[in-house]
Design a protein around this ligand. Structure first.
Ligand code: SAH
Length: 377
């Protein structure tokens, strides 16, 4: 993933000044509070004050690299709908839709599918009014009903498909550090030059005690509180109606300690504490923990698979060849290199993982279920 946010000093001063005032008043803030302000502060957040996604923007995501990505996820949604008996109404919710490109490509793939386009409504879950406006433009020709919501809770009840590409990595994290036999929380405070620095403060997270005492001194543990609310909402819905969610993000499949908070600005890694609101802050998704929590809430988990394996099994190779046949040589090269970027283990193919969560009793969605499943279009 390449992410960078253009520098704008007026923003720096405002958000930094407000954070400094808050710290002077209330004391150090945790990383979750800091990250939330940097990304979604109503006036100066990296997503709320500008449009950072896409080739012309600040960071590139899979749907912006290849149209096949959204098309395959669109057809995946059709396969899920078929596997639950083709209900007369179903919602496809995209979490954090960026420029709306994934949904746009899914809509194109649905055109050739009988019945589904008349049964599906799309819910776009977006906090940023700036991004929602971009999505409205991208999707203005949709023949499928579209609705925008600030959170999944507001989406009407019923059978639900959820797609979340590079959404979870932007949910704020907390960091804890092992000191002796206890944990301390890493907090953000100011230094005497007005910059931001990390300090350690008291931590009282009961869930941290699950890890036992055999943890190395100085080990860093990351948690993502907002994810719990999201999984609970999945589980609540899954207890009433069929649900299938696909979470695609960069991260690790095995549990691990370590500091993964990263800021990228102008296509370069930057210090996460410098320039609040002007760098994109994300952290790796811990798929082991995600899977454990989802299962504890009664959801059935499938995978994770690496993004490369997932896309290959869904037939990205065949679709690439089909597209190239009707393209000019230059377009063909662009199509091939886009696909390579998504599946090559040295690029996004291995670092990115795909996890499916379903309500109890649903057939395993492709390609997690029986082999040789082909998506029809
Ligand atoms: N999925 C898109 C964009 C990823 S960037 C793509 O693949 O291109 C993250 C997106 O999530 C942005 O649209 C951002 O505005 C949105 N977002 C970030 N935090 C959010 C939150 N808490 N709730 C809803 N949307 C959020």
């Amino acid at each position: 993933m390449i992410r960078a946010v253009a520098c704008d000093n007026s923003h720096d001063a405002s958000l930094a000044a407000r954070l400094r005032a808050r710290i002077a008043r209330d004391g150090p803030i945790n990383i979750e509070t800091f990250m939330e302000a940097c990304l979604t502060d109503a006036a100066f957040g990296a997503y709320t004050s500008r449009q950072p996604v896409g080739a012309q923007g600040d960071f590139i995501t899979a749907p912006e690299i290849s149209q096949i990505f959204g098309e395959l996820l669109g057809l995946w949604s059709v396969a899920v709908w078929q596997s639950i008996g083709e209900p007369g109404a179903i919602t496809m919710a995209e979490l954090g839709p960026g420029r709306g490109t994934l949904t746009k490509d899914a809509l194109r793939a649905w055109r050739g599918v009988p019945k589904f386009p008349e049964r599906v409504s799309v819910a776009l879950i977006e906090t940023s009014p700036v991004m929602a406006e971009v999505q409205r433009k991208t999707l203005e020709e949709s023949r499928v009903p579209l609705g925008w919501y600030a959170a999944l809770d507001a989406v009407p009840e019923g059978p639900l498909i959820v797609l979340a590409n590079e959404f979870v990595d932007a949910l704020p994290i907390r960091q804890f550090v092992r000191r002796g036999v206890a944990w301390r929380e890493r907090l953000v405070t100011t230094d005497n030059k007005g910059g931001f620095v990390l300090v350690e403060g008291p931590a009282s997270q009961p869930e941290l005690t699950d890890l036992g005492d055999a943890v190395a001194e100085g080990a860093i543990l990351e948690t993502r509180p907002a994810l719990d609310g999201l999984l609970r909402e999945f589980a609540r819905r899954a207890s009433r109606d069929p649900l299938a969610a696909l979470i695609i993000d960069y991260g690790h499949a095995e549990f691990g300690f370590g500091d993964t908070l990263q800021a990228v600005r102008r296509h370069r890694f930057a210090d996460p504490l410098t320039n609040p609101g002007n760098a994109d802050l994300t952290a790796h998704v811990d798929f082991a923990e995600l899977t454990r929590r989802a299962a504890a809430l009664g959801l059935t988990t499938h995978g994770p698979l690496s993004q490369g394996e997932f896309l290959l099994k869904l037939g990205i190779g065949e679709r690439r060849e089909r597209l190239i046949k009707s393209a000019t040589p230059a377009q063909g090269e662009a199509i091939a290199s886009g696909v390579t970027r998504l599946i090559d283990p040295r690029q996004m193919g291995m670092l990115f993982k795909v996890l499916a969560l379903t309500s109890f009793g649903l057939a395993s969605p492709p390609p997690f279920g029986p082999a040789n499943f082909t998506l029809s279009s």
